[in-house]
Design a protein around this ligand. Sequence first.
Ligand SMILES: [Zn+2]
Length: 97
Amino acid sequence: MICAHCGTAIADKALICYRCGNATTEPRVKPPAGGSLFERPRRSRLPLVLVVILIVLAVLAAWVLGVFESQQSSGLTPDNALRVFLDALRDRLQRIA
Ligand SMILES: [Zn+2]
């Protein structure tokens, strides 16, 4: 048989041309339509990531504001940092409510 791509004489039962590497017949299993399985867009995960980032930023902002507010009245140590933060957060929530 003759390779349809490069014209080289190859064996009749050859599946691919030994010279150019092209298949002698149409591929039996065709690639799935719509691109590779590894390149599918993952839109469903994006909103969750954004929510988590926003929550982290909000907590950080509240923590920084609480620290700056309470530093004037009491010294901040690792022991009471959480309590001071919670007190400041509670004050803010009471002010909002
Ligand atoms: Zn060939």
